[in-house]
Design a protein around this ligand. Structure first.
Ligand code: LMR
Ligand code: MN
Length: 425
């Protein structure tokens, strides 16, 4: 099909042909200057060539400012949307959205999706993609608005139901409603919402509601569908072949020296953890059912939080003797402080790529940690090693504030290439 506003004058038409040839040859800046003239302002083809040339040039130079110019040029072309054929509108809109997402400016996709929704009102998937853009931009409020409208028109759309369940759970803490939406989305395990994260959130919402039997059923279904490594190991960012067990003996790992060194220095580590009380932050993921729980990060994603090692020099110097700990991009090193009376609900960590070492530091009496089916207790100056991608739960039924040092280490089955290349979590 044709671009709108094709100039009637032969001269300008041949200018556009030349610009098209320049685009093909990679002469992008020549192409852009040729079409950026007043006489071609009303030409769809000129706007398309300009956007394409800026786009290619941004891609070749990996230049974000150029990419922003390309996005603006595409949006300029989309201003002619009423004159664009369905085919052209789709082609331009798709590339614009793709570039907007690549650039990470998700909210800019909204007007483009609005055009698509207006042109193709019967196609629910543009609405669902707009929802996803809002969620990527951390605007659950805007996503929720779109979702409500979508579900008014398509009450049984599984993708919309699943996202609505997610938003209700994670942003509005409406767990009952979240469960209803997610259950409907996943009915019969069929359809497009059949994704690990939706099984995860449905199970998690049921756990938070204390509906353990129903949670277990969902976890079993999720594992059967291959969404989870097993019903109790439900991390979503996994390397599949790694050995899976909830509790580890440190002797069966390369981390025995680390454990011994932590244990040998535990009194100094305790002092460092206690001296930095003002730096602790309250846990905010909603994992605790009751009580007080706060943590002080020292290293996150394999990097020190600036200044923290100066506050905890002994702790850091021991951790740094083991690269699998200090460079663990999928873990943390942190102190964890828990008040008496605290209960942390059953939950799982995000990845199977780490093991979690705990060093008991204070008031460990009558405190318990369950990982999968087995409950253990901390002891002062002693380490525990477990895989927190398995469901775990913590109780402090004793007195006084319990302190532990948490040191995540790479799973011993990972290769060095994997440790280098895995994206951080
Ligand atoms: C957890 O990872 O949930 C717990 O081990 C944290 C803690 O402080 O015991
Ligand atoms: Mn945990």
């Amino acid at each position: 099909s044709e671009w709108p506003g094709e100039p009637s004058d032969l001269y300008w038409r041949s200018q556009l042909d030349t610009a098209e040839e320049e685009l093909r040859q990679g002469a992008w800046s020549a192409c852009v200057s040729r079409v950026s003239v007043v006489s071609l302002e009303g030409s769809g083809r000129a706007r398309w060539l300009k956007a394409r040339a800026l786009d290619s040039s941004a891609e070749a130079a990996r230049d974000n400012r150029m990419l922003s110019k390309a996005i603006t040029a595409y949006l300029d072309l989309l201003k002619m949307n009423e004159k664009l054929s369905d085919e052209k509108l789709l082609e331009v809109a798709r590339r614009t959205i793709d570039r907007i997402n690549f650039r990470g400016v998700y909210l800019n996709a909204e007007p483009v999706y609005r055009l698509l929704i207006r042109r193709f009102p019967d196609d629910v998937h543009y609405r669902n993609n707009l929802t996803v853009s809002f969620l990527m931009a951390n605007r659950a409020d805007l996503a929720d608005e779109v979702l409500r409208e979508t579900l008014r028109l398509w009450p049984n759309d599984r993708v919309a139901l699943a996202h609505h369940g997610f938003v209700l759970k994670n942003h509005y803490n409406k767990l009952e409603e979240a469960v209803q939406a997610l259950k409907k989305a996943l009915e019969g395990d069929a359809g497009q919402a059949n994704e690990p994260r939706f099984y995860y959130h449905l199970g998690d919402a049921l756990l938070l509601l204390g509906r353990f039997d129903e949670a277990e059923e969902i976890h079993k279904r999720g594992a059967e569908l291959g969404h989870f490594l097993s019903p109790s190991q439900r991390s979503l960012y996994n390397v599949p072949r790694l050995r899976s067990k909830p509790w580890w003996r440190v002797e069966d790992t390369p981390y025995e020296k680390l454990a011994k060194a932590l244990e040998a220095s535990w009194r100094e580590i305790l002092k460092e953890g206690e001296a930095a009380k003002t730096l602790y932050e309250k846990e905010k993921e909603g994992l605790k059912e009751r009580g007080e729980w706060s943590q002080m990060d020292i290293m996150v994603r394999g990097r020190e939080i600036p200044g923290r090692c100066a506050r905890a020099p002994v702790t850091c110097s021991v951790v740094k003797t083991e690269a699998a700990a200090s460079s663990c991009k999928r873990g943390q090193v942190k102190f964890s402080m828990m008040a008496a009376g605290t209960h942390v609900r059953p939950h799982v960590g995000p990845t199977n790529c780490r093991l979690r070492m705990h060093l008991g530091l204070s008031n460990t009496k009558n405190t318990y940690i369950r990982v999968d089916k087995e409950i253990r207790q901390w002891q002062l100056g002693k380490t525990l090693l477990f895989d927190d991608s398995f469901e775990h739960e913590v109780w402090h039924n004793g007195t006084g504030t319990r302190l532990v040092l948490i040191v995540d280490v790479w799973h011993p089955d990972l290769t060095s290439a994997e440790k280098r290349q895995l994206p951080p979590i």
